[in-house]
Design a protein around this ligand. Structure first.
Ligand SMILES: [Zn+2]
Length: 135
């Protein structure tokens, strides 16, 4: 069977800065200019105070596992060779949550509160995707 490429991000005006950051191996987040809330995913309005003003910043790229699941059935043919793999909901130090693959960690060692750090994989000439590893 020929290699099947995974779906790649399709940036829009709200998410372009996030994906540009990934390409530079930086985790870029928005912070509300009015109430200070850091947020993900990128969006026009603050979910806390509805302000339309925000500033992008580079997050530390660290967090803790809040929850996770082990994928045994590939969600797409492109992921068939990866199963089983772990998907983790990570609570970033800055507050927001971000879902990503958790690599280099045996499933039995995954637990809530596990400290993780973001890494980036260059998957195409101008596309890098974030994932997590134990820190
Ligand atoms: Zn706000």
């Amino acid at each position: 069977m020929a290699d099947v490429l995974p779906p790649l991000p399709q940036p829009n005006p709200d998410t372009q800065e996030f994906w540009d950051g990934c390409r530079r191996h930086e985790l870029r987040l928005q912070r509300c200019d009015d109430c200070g809330t850091a947020r993900f995913s990128p969006r026009p309005a603050c979910p806390r105070c509805a302000s339309l003003r925000h500033t992008w910043f580079t997050a530390a790229g660290r967090g803790t596992v809040y929850s996770w699941t082990i994928v045994h059935a590939p969600t797409l043919p492109a992921f068939a060779a990866r199963v089983p793999y772990a998907m983790a909901l990570v609570e970033l130090e800055e507050g927001p949550f971000l879902v990503g693959q958790l690599r280099d960690c045996e499933p039995a060692k995954i637990r809530a509160g596990l400290r993780v750090a973001v890494r980036f994989e260059d998957v195409a000439e101008d596309v890098a995707l974030p994932h997590w590893r134990p820190a």
